[in-house]
Design a protein around this ligand. Structure first.
Ligand SMILES: Cc1cc2nc3c(=O)[nH]c(=O)nc-3n(C[C@H](O)[C@H](O)[C@H](O)COP(=O)(O)OP(=O)(O)OC[C@H]3O[C@@H](n4cnc5c(N)ncnc54)[C@H](O)[C@@H]3O)c2cc1C
Ligand code: FES
Length: 280
């Protein structure tokens, strides 16, 4: 108990992080590699940090690098509002405040030894990438791996170079689709749900991990259920507007009889846990 209190408190400590690399990925997303002044972040796949910019505010951002990468950690930030737009003006050498890591990570231990089906829509690839790269670095510990990725247009695709490397791997099945095509696009066109019927799933030993925009969940989950994937083996990462980030203010409450708070009970949940939510 004492140890838990210590861990929680130490995570709330504001730590200084320096941007050691940054790259504009698309018109709206920027990638940052951040080194903490006092050591590693020590996160688990699926966790997030609170980024603090002095005089601007704080926002939760998922860690998009795997914990197997040591020395620094990565964030992908969409310019959505005050803090994230300000972050886009930062670059190599700039400093920011970091609290965390926070939140319930993906259940990696439970997934070990099983097949994995990753379904990422848009910016959902950011939190999922922390898990995908963890699995790539520990590939022998997992069974078959399928990655399905959907984006609005080919120019919205994040981590293009890494995706090319996943496509080349013989131990990974990768499929991608775009909502709207472009002249040089030779891949699939259509919603991400159109890729699911083509995947072979052994429901007894597969975990489906789904991260994307809110509209995506309902339809992807319906396709996974059609494949007889048990509800407890469908893992989601949910996003809600947060204020305190520590289970006190109620801002991130999920409309569910159990009144889950996204910040402390999530952001990862099984479908079984949250299926009664009307917003799924
Ligand atoms: C667990 C978690 C992980 C996340 N990971 C990422 C990530 O990896 N990358 C990323 O780019 N973003 C991520 N987000 C989203 C990010 O935290 C939000 O976009 C955040 O609001 C940005 O802060 P801001 O100050 O830039 O925007 P804000 O100024 O807060 O505004 C952002 C948008 O949200 C609207 N808004 C603000 N407050 C509310 C409210 N209470 N109710 C309804 N709408 C509101 C605003 O009108 C605006 O359109 C994550 C969120 C959560 C909860
Ligand atoms: S953000 Fe305050 S309870 Fe979750």
């Amino acid at each position: 108990m004492t140890e838990n209190i210590h861990i929680e408190n130490s995570n709330w400590r504001l730590r200084k992080g320096q941007i050691i690399a940054a790259r504009q990925m698309t018109a709206t997303e920027k990638w940052f590699d951040i080194k903490l002044e006092d050591g590693d972040l020590d996160h688990e796949p699926g966790q997030f940090v609170q980024v603090e910019l002095y005089g601007v505010g704080e926002a939760p951002i998922s860690v998009c690098s795997s914990p197997t990468k040591r020395g620094s950690f990565e964030l992908t930030v969409r310019a959505a509002g005050r803090l994230t737009k300000h972050m886009h003006s930062l670059g190599k050498g700039d400093w920011l405040g970091i609290r965390g890591p926070f939140g319930k990570p993906f259940p990696v231990k439970l997934m070990t030894g099983n097949d994995l089906l990753f379904v990422a829509g848009g910016l959902g690839i950011a939190p999922l990438r922390s898990l995908i790269n963890y699995v790539m670095d520990n590939r022998r510990e997992f069974g078959k791996v399928d990655i399905l990725l959907g984006c609005k247009t080919p120019t919205d695709m994040l981590f293009g170079d890494e995706i090319k490397a996943w496509q080349k791997r013989l131990d990974v099945n990768f499929s991608c689709t775009v909502d709207r095509t472009a002249p040089d696009w030779k891949g699939n066109v259509g919603l991400i749900t159109s890729l699911i019927p083509g995947v072979t799933i052994n429901p007894e030993k597969t975990f489906g991990v789904v991260v994307g925009p809110p509209i995506m969940y309902k339809f992807v989950i319906a396709e996974l259920l059609k494949k007889n994937l048990p509800e407890r083996q469908i893992i989601l990462s949910l996003e809600r507007h947060m204020k305190c980030g520590m289970g006190k203010c109620g801002h991130c409450q999920i409309d569910h009889p159990k009144n889950y708070y996204c910040c402390k009970d999530g952001p990862t949940f099984t479908y079984e846990e949250v299926k009664e939510s009307k917003k799924l």
